[in-house]
Design a protein around this ligand. Structure first.
Ligand SMILES: Nc1ncnc2c1ncn2[C@@H]1O[C@H](COP(=O)(O)OP(=O)(O)OP(=O)(O)O)[C@@H](O)[C@H]1O
Ligand SMILES: [Mg+2]
Length: 259
């Protein structure tokens, strides 16, 4: 595609992706690559298909009845819709953080320990304890919860719950983390912490974030893709998309003329 810039160290690649909900086409011919060096932001007006597209990257659309995905999406070159792809494994490799923090109604410890346990990543209790600590440190939450690991995850503040969800995703050693408006339920201070965390995690994980907040996209991402009516209208380095968009529709959106 003329629109695509070459990105080294491609982690995931989507080529010519369509998504249909029954008869209704929500995504049309979308191609994008995501890598470890750049946080990728997906922006665009409500209903343009950002969440739908994000969900194709770890096959969360499989759980939506009537949803159909066409085109090719690869992780390290392997077709994630291929017959030999293990979907449970895929979702561990491509983790997801949602708009509304959704900790399990279990202890803080259990929220993080659950994934490594079912994926057989821990060899005994001491090992599991270490994974839990490491994941919570990475998520920037350890100091706040280390003395209350056996309290319920749902008793944390919204921002802490969201960092717990990020820690939970990290615990299974993902390669890619998808975030769908991860700060929209949070106050500005909690939002700033998540943004710092995203910047910290960059380089270790390929990160794709959907956001309605233009300032946030500018702060945390290096690559931005603008969606409109199910199409990827324009993508490129974030600074370019925000300062010098090529398409009129992108310009209108980022200057707040519609959205
Ligand atoms: N489960 C579903 N069944 C049928 N149609 C759906 C489903 N989920 C989304 N859609 C439709 O697909 C289109 C894209 O929706 P999507 O949720 O991906 O948009 P979005 O860009 O994430 O919007 P928002 O910014 O409001 O979250 C919309 O027209 C929506 O109504
Ligand atoms: Mg959405």
């Amino acid at each position: 595609m003329a629109d695509m810039q070459h990105i080294p160290n491609v982690k995931m690649s989507a080529q010519g992706v369509n998504v249909l909900y029954g008869e209704k086409q929500a995504i049309r011919d979308v191609s994008i690559e995501v890598d470890l060096e750049n946080v990728t932001a997906l922006i665009g007006p409500s209903g343009c298909g950002k969440s739908t597209f994000l969900r194709t990257l770890n096959r969360m659309n499989d759980t939506v009845s009537g949803a159909r995905v066409e085109g090719r999406i690869t992780l390290d070159g392997d077709d994630i819709y291929g017959a030999d792809m293990d979907v449970v494994q895929l979702r561990a490799r491509v983790g997801m953080v949602f708009q509304k923090p959704n900790p399990f109604p279990k202890s803080i410890y259990e929220n993080v320990a659950y994934g490594p346990r079912i994926h057989g990543l821990a060899h005994g209790k001491a090992d599991l304890d270490e994974i839990v600590e490491k994941s919570l440190r990475r998520a920037g939450l350890w100091d706040e919860v280390k003395d209350r690991l056996h309290e319920s995850g749902t008793a944390l503040s919204g921002g802490q719950q969201q960092r717990l969800c990020i820690g939970r995703a990290i615990a299974v050693e993902p390669e890619v983390i998808l975030m769908d408006e991860p700060c929209s339920a949070l106050d500005p201070i909690a939002t700033a912490r998540i943004e710092e965390l995203i910047l910290d995690l960059r380089g270790n994980y390929a990160i794709v974030i959907v956001t309605h907040n233009m300032q946030q996209a500018a702060r945390v991402s290096q690559h931005t893709a603008f969606f409109h009516l199910g199409r990827l209208v324009e993508q490129g380095p974030t600074t370019e998309i925000f300062t010098n968009p090529r398409e009129e529709r992108t310009k209108d959106y980022i200057t707040g003329r519609y959205g």
